[in-house]
Design a protein around this ligand. Structure first.
Ligand code: AMP
Length: 183
């Protein structure tokens, strides 16, 4: 049973890798960024509230996210495992997920995709997502360093953290991830 969080900076390739791995393992890929973008496109109340934060590269407030994650994890397809990217992004979200998993009697592992800042900026600029403007990218990186990097210690202390060098080709990174997941 694989329940895996992919951590790493924006633009590290978490979404792409999570998608590939999820397909290989036959489990859902859960991306809060994608869920939020879908909500924006569908103009749901959550989407309307989230749009301003997303386009600035800021974090969407927890109250818009936590129910979304709770609902997604309780859907039947998530009972056979999942790969999550983009959540948790703060220690508070990680504590929420911890509690949720305890309620469900489940555990998860975490893999940190390591990619230097210069590389992720280049990658994001080439990606063409509406929130990939230079200013939003700068904000996302700042938020990543202040809010999300503490999660590396959070998961290391729970001895559920592994790391992969994400500054390689897509295929090489996938190969390393597959080996770690299988081990
Ligand atoms: P991503 O696709 O993971 O890069 O997320 C795109 C944007 O969605 C982020 O820049 C945030 O504005 C928002 N977002 C996604 N996941 C979260 C989260 N866990 N907490 C807060 N905001 C999030």
């Amino acid at each position: 049973m694989t329940r895996l969080i992919l951590l790493g900076p924006p633009g590290a390739g978490k979404g792409t890798q999570a998608q590939v791995l999820a397909e290989v393992l036959g489990i859902p890929h859960i991306s809060t960024g994608e869920m939020l973008r879908n909500a924006v496109a569908a103009k749901t109340p959550v989407g309307e509230k989230a749009l301003g934060y997303i386009s600035k590269g800021e974090l969407v407030p927890d109250e818009l996210l936590l129910d979304l994650v709770r609902d997604r994890l309780s859907q039947p397809d998530a009972h056979k495992g999942w790969i999550m990217d983009g959540f948790p992004r703060t220690v508070k979200q990680a504590a929420f997920l911890d509690e949720l998993l305890q309620e469900l009697n489940e555990t998860c592992e975490c893999i940190n995709l390591e990619v230097p800042d210069e590389v992720v900026v280049e990658r994001m600029l080439g990606r063409g997502r509406p929130d990939d403007t230079e200013e939003a990218i700068r904000t996302r990186l700042k938020v990543y360093h202040s809010e999300t990097t503490p999660l590396i210690d959070f998961y290391r202390e729970r001895s559920s953290l592994k790391s992969v060098n994400g500054d390689r080709s897509l295929e090489e990174v996938t190969e390393s991830l597959k080996q770690l997941v299988a081990s």
